[in-house]
Design a protein around this ligand. Structure first.
Ligand code: 1PR
Length: 554
């Protein structure tokens, strides 16, 4: 029987949004039905429109113009019907951006975007930040569903400085990165836009989306000056990582190695260690407050057609219930399908994005590409996996996963590689070491050190480094602080510290003793020794700012 209460609808303009799956899931989760804006004429029948954009401002505007959307969009906005822009969808509303000088935006809001200063902080700005009223003010009525103590997920290199819109008649909510204050959300009348991704911002973000869809404006009381004692700025990101592979029975399981060896000792049967089911565990970590979830596919699916990769299904199901960023790694490279068809790394990544991933993580292929980069005298090839994926989806969508191993030397002169003096001496009392890059899950060492690798992949357009350490993996002995600080000194893009977390104080240590942007744990969560929530509560007690999990009240 047909329902007498059809679902309310929203039109989605996906012309310039690559990985739209998360937003679709979030909107459907809120009970709305999606209609697509495929051509400008679709805007004529739309009741409310969401415009999510990713990537490059210039590319976004050029795509809109080429498809004939510019004037119809302006007309829709002028009609007074509800319109929401997300991320580059917010940026497109402004007059221009330093990212693409000479390319005009829609010009609905005055002001221009500028790049974040990278002198003393990582760019892109990735992570959970605030959207509070400007100092001494309350939320204006143009804003939807925001709360001063909530944190929202941002990922961008360009932003509208607060002073560009302050006093312009638009209501603004503010984020702070270092000493820069920027527009986190902006609204007036029927127009509302967020620089952050509400669909990736847990309950806080779903609340904002719901408020827009239902036409509910933010309560100014929620931002009353006396209420806003919220600590602003970027929080410390805690990430849960799930290594996934097929066990000997062919089931996909979450596993965890000791220094990358994932099999039980022979006495225990020598099976692949099985620590749970991927979707269930990811949901558990989301509920506990993980700021991101990373899946690393460590199985080789040699005989499996690419379109049937089991990880695609894992992602699809996870992204229906987990509303924080999802990263997928393993096998992101040019490949040949079982029927002999060549499939590019970009096509592989696209399948993952369409299944709900927000970022892909590239391991072995990044090392090979970096080797070639140096062989060519640091010349970019233009079509490596990193370049093609970051060109299409933005650098924030490309993580490079590094699997280094320590190599000790008595003196820096003993190797042409970049060494550090280490407090943890080698087996023969060596005081120096370098970090050797490996491929194929640590099975093959290469003649390249980690500094060389991270510099090369940053130049190719990677947006973030997932910094593992084989010596530390699964040891519960804490992160390799020397490695992390060395990489942080080398590059500007954000770094996720990984390998060795065994208890909450290891997270405190890595955040206090290094400038890492995020920290990741695996085994300690899978074995239920500690929950993500316990780690975050511990960090909060130590005055390290974290995102608190909010009650589901929608
Ligand atoms: O080379 O692009 O196909 O990607 C393969 C990916 O799979 C790489 O990211 C590589 O790190 C990962 N990988 C391959 N083999 C293994 C293995 O364990 N045998 N996993 C493996 C690496 C991931 C770590 C781990 C931390 C934290 N493990 O991130 O989660 O060390 O663990 P801990 O907190 O328990 O110490 P490609």
């Amino acid at each position: 029987m047909a329902s007498s209460n059809p679902k309310p609808t929203v039109h989605l303009l996906d012309t310039v949004a690559g990985n739209i799956r998360s937003l679709v899931n979030a909107i459907e989760h809120l009970g709305f039905e999606i209609h697509w804006v495929r051509s400008p004429s679709d805007l004529l029948t739309a009741e409310r429109v969401i415009f999510p954009g990713v990537g490059h401002f210039g590319h976004c505007m050029q795509t809109l113009t080429a498809a004939g959307f510019t004037e119809p969009l302006k007309a829709f906005i002028a009609s007074g019907k509800p319109f929401m822009g997300i991320c580059v969808g917010l940026q497109a509303l402004f007059a221009s951006s330093a990212e693409s000088p000479g390319t005009p935006g829609l010009g609905v809001i005055p002001g221009s975007l500028k790049r974040f200063e990278s002198k003393d902080k990582a760019v892109p700005h990735i992570g959970w930040n605030s959207a509070t009223p400007a100092a001494g003010e309350v939320y204006g009525e143009g804003l939807c569903g925001l709360r001063p103590h909530s944190k929202y997920y941002y990922v961008h290199s360009y932003a509208v400085p607060l002073e560009a819109v302050h006093g312009s008649g638009w209501d603004v909510a503010v984020g702070r990165y270092g000493d820069e204050e920027f527009v986190g959300a902006v609204g007036r009348g029927n127009v509302f836009a967020t620089q952050f991704h509400p669909e990736k911002s847990g309950v806080a973000g779903l609340r904002v989306l719901k408020a827009f869809l239902e036409g509910v404006k933010v309560s100014p009381l929620a931002g009353a000056v006396e209420e806003v004692k919220a600590v602003t700025g970027l929080t410390r990101r805690v990430i849960a990582c799930l290594d996934v592979r097929a066990n000997d029975q062919g089931d996909l399981v979450v596993t965890k190695g000791d220094q990358y060896d994932v099999r039980e000792k022979a006495a225990a049967g020598g099976d692949v260690r099985n620590l749970g089911k991927p979707v269930e565990l990811a949901k558990r970590y989301y509920d506990e407050g993980a700021d991101e979830v990373t899946f690393l596919n460590i199985t080789s699916f040699r005989d499996c057609p690419l379109a049937d990769l089991p990880m695609l299904e894992v992602l699809r199901r996870t992204s229906e219930v987990v509303f924080v960023p999802l990263t997928i790694g393993g096998g992101i490279r040019d490949a040949v399908d079982t029927d002999g068809t060549k499939v590019s790394a970009l096509q592989v990544a696209t399948m993952y994005f369409q299944s709900g991933a927000d970022k892909v993580s590239i391991g072995s292929d990044a090392v090979i590409a970096a080797e070639e980069y140096y062989k060519r005298g640091k010349e970019l090839r233009g079509d490596t996996a990193i370049e093609s994926i970051s060109g299409a989806y933005g650098c924030q969508a490309v993580v490079v996963s590094v699997d280094p191993r320590r190599v000790y030397v008595a003196s820096p002169e003993d190797t042409p590689r970049n060494t550090i003096k280490t407090a943890k001496k080698g087996p023969n009392g060596e005081e120096y070491c370098w970090y050797q890059c490996t491929i194929k899950g640590g099975r093959e060492g290469r003649d390249m050190d980690v500094q060389q690798l991270v510099l090369a992949v940053e130049a190719m357009g990677a947006g973030e480094i997932l910094l593992n350490c084989i010596d530390k993996d699964g040891t519960n002995s804490g992160f390799d602080l020397e490695l992390i600080e060395m990489v942080k000194r080398t590059i500007k893009i954000p770094v996720i510290a990984s390998s060795g977390a065994g208890n909450p104080s290891h997270f405190q240590e890595v955040f206090e003793k290094t400038t890492t942007d995020a920290a990741l744990g695996a085994g300690m969560f899978h074995r239920r020794e500690y929950t993500v929530k316990q780690v975050k509560e511990f960090l909060a007690e130590k005055n390290l700012v974290v995102r608190e999990v909010e009650e589901y009240d929608l």
